[in-house]
Design a protein around this ligand. Structure first.
Ligand code: F3S
Length: 386
């Protein structure tokens, strides 16, 4: 590939991977079983990104391994009804077309482990969405660095990635022990924990003690917030995540997380008071989360707009089961493909957004010029349903 035998596109992309490997001291290339590509929203990549992708697609670039796609900046079907701007939609659809022509799965979700491609323990992959990277490394025990958009695409086209960072045993050991001394009840509580710990450990690996009964939804919330506040790509939870029993925790610096720290995280992330809209589903909601929300809203009427963001496949299942109908009857919307942060909500008249996600609460002020109300779903809905 590097010698140009497979054409200019492959040569250019392989060269990028070689350069990356040289920078990080990789000893060789390793095959990857799957790739997840971020940098999909027109809001994030703009015209230069669109031109780059169209150029690749026009030159016949095709992925060599199963490759999934992060959320674009709008619901790809109901964008008009939801009020997404026409000019934005046109560019977004061109981006999706370029990805499709390269053979990438149109999953459009940041939870490819729920929809698209579930890796195995120990499998080498090249994913780029930070919350998905955290989930794959931590909850599944697969191995991936946090790829940038171009390096993930290069791995998808060449089928390999340089062997460094999270792919190596020695880099998967914890540096901090986090003692959780407070009961965490909601996804938002896990987001608050992730936000607080990410700020402290910064790019290192925490080992949590004291977390009980965290399900997939709570762990995705924890990992997403930690990836956003501290670029944490891997965490371990005692008695819960697969590599926790394989690592040594003796002599680690200890961080305490109790009632005071939990309250402090909420105080920092809350910058607004009265949300114009509530947006849930960051990371993308699972079917269980949609079902829970539908039950909460059954027979009620929302006083303000509410979206719950998810993948198209999950929305389809939720619709078949009647959950979408229940949410819509209450005045809410199940929004597929896109998410709070990568959609242009600031152009749609919203100024204050209510979320239950530590990651969204962290990013919304900068990315979407929003004031944020960060609470559990129950607290967000309180007084907003009749
Ligand atoms: Fe996913 Fe968007 Fe949140 S990509 S993790 S829903 S910011």
């Amino acid at each position: 590939m590097l010698a140009g035998e497979y054409g200019e596109v492959m040569e250019r992309n392989f060269r990028l991977l070689v350069r990356l490997g040289e920078i990080y001291g990789a000893d060789r290339m390793i095959p990857v079983e799957s790739v997840q590509v971020a940098g999909v929203s027109y809001k994030s990549i703009g015209d230069p990104g669109l031109e780059f992708l169209e150029d690749l697609a026009n030159k016949g670039a095709k992925v060599m391994v199963p490759t999934t796609l992060n959320p674009p900046g709008m619901d790809l079907v109901d964008w008009r009804e939801l009020g997404f701007p026409e000019d934005f939609a046109k560019k977004q659809l061109q981006i999706m077309d370029a990805f499709k022509r390269m053979g990438i799965m149109m999953t459009a979700t940041c939870t490819p482990y729920l929809v698209g491609k579930l890796p195995c323990f120990g499998e080498h992959i090249a994913w780029s969405e930070s919350s998905a990277v955290s989930f794959a490394n931590s909850v599944i025990g697969a191995r991936t660095n946090r790829e940038g958009g171009p390096s993930a695409l290069a791995a998808a086209l060449c089928g390999v990635t340089p062997n460094y960072g999270m792919h190596l045993d020695e880099n998967r050991k914890p540096s901090f022990l986090v003692n959780v001394n407070v009961e965490l009840k909601s996804n938002a509580d896990f987001g608050a924990l992730g936000y607080h710990v990410g700020k402290i450990v910064k790019d290192k690996i925490p080992y949590f003690k004291g977390i009980k009964d965290a399900d997939v939804d709570k762990l995705k919330s924890l990992g997403a917030a930690m990836a956003a506040s501290g670029a944490v790509a891997l965490y371990h939870v005692e008695n819960l995540t697969p590599e926790a029993s394989l690592v040594d925790t003796s002599g680690l610096e200890t961080v305490e997380f109790g009632e005071r720290e939990l309250r402090g995280a909420y105080e920092t992330l809350n910058t607004g008071k009265d949300p114009d809209i509530i947006i849930l589903g960051c990371p993308h909601a699972s079917l269980k989360e949609i079902a829970t929300l539908a039950c909460k809203l059954e027979g009620k009427r929302l006083k303000k707009p509410l979206w719950i963001c998810t993948s198209r496949v999950t929305k389809e299942a939720a619709t078949r089961m009647g959950f979408t109908g229940l949410i819509e009857k209450a005045g809410g919307k199940v929004v597929a493909d896109t998410c709070t942060v990568v959609s242009p909500i600031e152009r749609m008249g919203y100024k204050t957004t209510g979320v239950d996600s530590g990651k969204a609460a962290n990013y919304l002020p900068g990315f979407c010029k929003q004031q944020v109300v960060f609470k559990s779903i129950d607290d967000l809905l309180e007084g907003r349903v009749a």
